[in-house]
Ligand binder design. Structure first.
Ligand code: MN
Length: 252
C-alpha cells in the first residue's frame, strides 16, 4: 500500500475510534463519498454499486476515561491497551479483510465462519470483538457483586456468587499464556471457560462456544505495567470494575 492509502486508512481508523454507536460499519458508511477508496482498485464502495461493500470493523468509543477504572486498572495501561493494542487489531483486521477479499455479511457472520479465513483475520477479528466487548462490561463505581437477575442466574448456575467467582478466577488463572476467561450462555445454560490468544466463543473454531456475558482479558498487556507477573492480583481487583448492569442487559 502506498503512503496515501495508508494515511487514508489511518484516518478512517481514527475517525472510527471517535464515533459512538454500532460496532459494525461498512466501508461505505465510514467513507461518506466513497471516493477515498477509489485509488485502492480492489474495493468498490460507490453507493448503489452492484458489488457488496467490503466489511470493515470498528473500535467502540471507550465509555469512560483512561483513569476511570483506577486503582483496579491504571490509566497508562488503559490508554496503551485501547489506543495501541486494540486499535492495532482493528486496523489489521480491516487490512486483512480487504487484502484477502474476505466476504462476510457482518461481524457475526465473519466470526461464525472464521475458520475459513486466514490466521491474521482470525486473530485480529477476535482482538477487535473481544476488546469492544471488554470495555463495555466494565465501568467505574462498581459494587463488586451483582444483584437482581444476574445474582439469581449465577446462583442458579453455580450454587452461589462466590462459587461462580472462584470458578471464573480459576479459568482466568489456568489459561496458560495469552487469552481470555469467559462467562457464556449456551442453550439456556451458563458456562465458564477460557480461550487462547484472541479466540472468541462466537467463533466456529472455538472450543468454548456460546453467547458471551462476561469476559476478562488475561494477556500480560492487560496488567503487566501495574501488576507485573501477579495475574492473581489483577483478577482479584478486576471484580471491582465489572459493570453488572451491562452483564444484566446481555443476560436478557
Ligand atoms: Mn487486550
Amino acid at each position: 500500500m502506498d503512503r496515501k492509502q495508508f494515511l487514508s486508512r489511518s484516518l478512517k481508523a481514527s475517525v472510527g475510534a471517535l464515533v459512538a454507536g454500532p460496532i459494525l460499519a461498512s466501508t461505505s458508511s465510514c467513507s461518506p463519498s466513497g471516493s477515498s477508496d477509489a485509488s485502492n482498485g480492489s474495493v468498490e464502495t460507490t453507493p448503489g454499486a452492484a458489488t457488496t461493500p467490503v466489511l470493515q470493523l470498528s473500535q467502540v468509543s471507550l465509555p469512560y476515561g483512561y483513569s476511570a477504572l483506577e486503582p483496579s486498572i491504571d490509566a497508562r495501561t488503559m490508554e496503551i491497551h485501547y489506543t495501541k493494542h486494540h486499535a492495532g487489531y482493528v486496523k489489521n483486521v480491516n487490512e486483512a479483510i480487504t487484502a484477502e477479499g474476505v466476504q462476510a455479511t457482518d461481524e457475526a457472520d465473519l466470526l461464525a465462519r472464521i475458520g475459513t479465513f486466514s490466521t491474521k483475520v482470525r486473530n485480529n477479528a477476535g482482538g477487535t470483538w473481544n476488546h469492544n466487548f471488554f470495555w463495555q462490561i466494565m465501568g467505574p463505581g462498581g459494587k463488586g457483586t451483582p444483584d437482581g437477575k444476574v445474582l439469581d442466574a449465577l446462583s442458579a448456575g453455580f450454587g452461589t456468587f462466590e462459587k461462580f467467582k472462584e470458578q471464573f478466577t480459576e479459568a482466568a488463572m489456568k489459561r496458560f499464556g495469552s487469552g481470555w476467561a469467559w462467562l457464556v450462555e449456551r442453550n439456556g445454560q451458563l458456562a465458564i471457560g477460557s480461550t487462547p490468544n484472541q479466540d472468541c466463543p462466537l467463533m466456529d473454531v472455538s472450543e468454548l462456544k456460546g453467547r458471551p456475558l462476561l469476559a476478562l482479558d488475561v494477556w500480560e498487556h492487560a496488567y503487566y505495567l501495574h501488576y507485573q507477573n501477579k495475574r492473581n492480583e489483577y483478577v482479584a481487583n478486576w471484580w471491582q470494575v465489572v459493570n453488572w448492569d451491562e452483564v444484566a442487559k446481555r443476560l436478557g
